[in-house]
Design a protein around this ligand. Sequence first.
Ligand code: BES
Ligand code: MN
Ligand code: ZN
Length: 498
Amino acid sequence: MKISFPETAPDSPALVLFAGEDAALTPAAAEADRATGGQLGRAMKAAAFTGRKGALLELLAPAGLPAERLLLLGLGAPARADAHVFAELGGKLAEHLQLKADSATADLSGLSGLGLPVAEAAAHLALGAALRGWRHDRWKTTLKDHEKPKLAALAVAGAPGAQAAFAPLAQVRDGVFLTRTLVTEPANIIYPESFVEKVVAAASPLGLAVTILDEAEMARLGFGALLGVAQGSARPPRVIAMEWNGTGDEAATPLLLVGKGVTFDTGGISIKPAAGMEDMKWDMGGAAAVAGAMVALAGRKAKARVVGVCALVENMPDGKAQRPGDVVTTHSGQTVEVINTDAEGRLVLSDAMWWAQARWKPDVMLDFATLTGAIIISLGHDHAGMFANDDGLAAALTAAGEVSGDRLWRMPLGEKGSAQDKLIDSAIADMKNVGPREGGSITAAQFLQRFVADGVKWAHLDIAGVVWKAKAGATHDKGATGFGVRLIDRFVAATREG
Ligand code: BES
Ligand code: MN
Ligand code: ZN
């Protein structure tokens, strides 16, 4: 969707206007009401349209206007209309017009008294529309013309300064799109090597410094946990690290992001049931979020130093696959008894986290992982689970979650050596990769904590419930949400950029 911000509203087949609560028309909407000889006002009456937030009224073939349709969107109380409200309205217009109009013009002229500058309102309207309009139709070869999305251009008029306000959001949009594409493509298309190829193609032109570890290098480094998971797959594993430094200081302490990238999770020898196993193509959603966030941050030239690491493997059953009971030695030197080969994400992350901390010496590390089904039972699909070893970090992440819409809910984490931590002690090795059935998301976090270096502030985000949605939301279609990209973008803006 091509986005533009002209000064005055260009003619378009779809004109989008706004009204506040009590059906208060904006100046541009009042103008349209006059042009239609009061038709708009009569339609509002007939439809009992009050300007409630998110309400939508459509007028076809409005008299006296060049547009084929006029959309009136409700703002609710203008003073409470913030970035979320405008992104949701953008989503609303995209959802409604996607199959109906090839271009649209939204006119914010004369709008005042909003909860944010009108330039920001316009930018977030455009972002919401772009995000809601995204679809992945690559594999649909028989779509009829009327089934194909055609909304190719959106002009948001009457908001001086919106172009500049939108520039960084356009980069965030591109990051979200990359994440969604990686998540949506099936595992015969996205596997460790092809994930790396796609990410390098997006990252290199933006000036991200890329490091790739192949199997031989990981064997040399002693990545016993990650390689143990990978050994049942014909697809070789990869780790890709992307580094962005927008501080101008080569020695700046980085933020480290690590993502679980299991490009397909069959469970391995502890194989999963057949029903729903296709969902496990998106078990790389953490790695995809990290890649998308790095693209967004580099694209908008964030004034921060950030390193993003994606740990990529496929978890398959095979004659060569690891067995329940196997003991592996991690890159950290700690040993793990693999009780259940389906608890593979923590194994993969443990080596990548340890390696990246030693190499980049971050002060803060965030990991993103579709780690447990249990987090979906706990929190459902509206919040990711957050486990943090630092209250300040947890608060900053929660705040970034609210601002971005990628919402988080804090979960309990015991200190190293606590009773909760001891639940994963093993009789034969330093730890086992699963605890008791109860509190499965917590013991997974306890496992990861054993691979957090002293002094590093760390949060683990279990995103299993939020990466993929059965239903469309305000700013995403059904399917991949792109969760994490906007969260990281806002977290970096709030905590690492001046
Ligand atoms: N990738 C899964 C977690 C998952 C399940 C994500 C459902 C999204 C939807 C993870 O690797 C896994 O299999 N976890 C096990 C852990 C168990 C064996 C301790 C789980 O949650 O059942
Ligand atoms: Mn698994
Ligand atoms: Zn998994």
